[in-house]
Write a protein that binds this ligand. Structure first.
Ligand code: CUA
Length: 323
């Protein structure tokens, strides 16, 4: 029994320290700095705790042995001087890290505009091909400091990729900034860290860190218009997309669809996840389109339960083929 409990606890510790969304397994320059700060804060807290507890224990014993003067000195040292001194050192240490954490990328470094919508992320890359919009999947070149400019059209959200960098709020009417400098390749998970409404907990996104040449090729591919669907079922889906007015809210570059309310779907089939959280496959698309509310409560997209099963399947095939 005891063994099971120990194994259970060890497993919990091990899994919560690693994984694609952990500030304790840093994969970015800023996340490394924050992890170091956390270690110093934890060490400082332990020091204060030991000092205060030591003072308390000593004081209770000293009173009995009438060494009141010594006890008083111990309380002043352990209860006042030690905590104040330790906290001051930690404050100076923490503040000294700020300029580095707030530093933007150098001139010419990648730049991405992030708009936190209800309940998804609009990402617009500054590229040599002009601005390129995607959603819910941020791709970054490893070893480069990408500057993010963040805002929101309506409510406050908070942009956070724990493995890569610190957290910053997105505030309507204001632009906030965050720089991310990944130090290793991989796929990470970002999240909204400020309660924003029904689907706050589902407002996740993927961050893919690539080699710079892979990233440049990916940007070039994203800048291209959508390929016309090749297979019959997807062509039928394109007709469903057009006839049900999906283009009023969504853009598919290269077609007549140019809505800007919802995510740009030009290459939606090539993303890791549908709506940031569902598997990217035909089922994922069908599930979301039929009833977005069931996947993301209070989502602004209406459900399309009126579509027949055939229409829904065709539409899902079309979206899945938009790679
Ligand atoms: Cu967006 Cu919480």
């Amino acid at each position: 029994m005891l063994r099971r409990v120990v194994h259970g606890c060890a497993w919990m510790f091990a899994t919560s320290c690693a994984g694609p969304q952990s500030a304790l397994a840093p994969a970015g320059r800023d996340a490394h700095a924050i992890a170091v700060l956390l270690a110093w804060m934890a060490g400082g807290s332990l020091l204060i705790w030991l000092g205060v507890m030591g003072a308390a224990v000593y004081a209770t014993r000293a009173e009995r042995t009438r060494e009141r003067a010594t006890a008083k000195r111990f309380i002043v040292l352990g209860g006042v001087v030690l905590p104040t001194g330790t906290l001051t050192v930690l404050l100076i240490f923490g503040l000294s890290m700020m300029p580095d954490l707030l530093a933007a990328g150098p001139a010419g470094a990648p730049r991405v505009a992030v708009s936190a919508e209800r309940y998804w992320w609009r990402l617009t890359y500054d590229t040599p091909h002009g601005p390129v919009e995607t959603a819910n999947e941020l791709r970054l070149p490893v070893g480069q400091r990408t500057t993010l400019r963040l805002t929101s059209p309506d409510v406050v959200h908070s942009f956070w990729v724990p493995s890569l960098a610190g957290k910053v709020d997105t505030i309507p009417g204001r632009e906030t900034h965050l720089a991310i400098e990944p130090t290793r390749l991989g796929t990470f998970r970002g999240t909204c860290a400020e309660y924003c409404g029904g689907a706050h907990a589902q407002m996740a996104f993927t961050v893919v860190v690539q080699r710079p040449e892979e990233h440049a090729a990916w940007i070039a591919a994203q800048a291209r218009a959508a390929e016309p669907p090749q297979v019959a079922v997807a062509r039928r889906g394109a007709e469903v997309f057009a006839s049900h007015g999906c283009g009023a809210c969504h853009t598919v570059r290269g077609t007549g669809a140019d809505g800007t309310v919802g995510p740009d779907l030009t290459h939606v089939g090539g993303r890791r996840r549908v709506a940031g959280i569902l598997p990217n496959d035909v089922d994922g698309f069908a599930r979301f389109v039929r009833d977005p509310e069931a996947v993301k409560p209070e989502a602004e997209m209406p459900g399309f339960a009126l579509l027949s099963d055939d229409e829904l399947t065709a539409l899902a095939h079309y979206l899945d083929a938009l790679e």
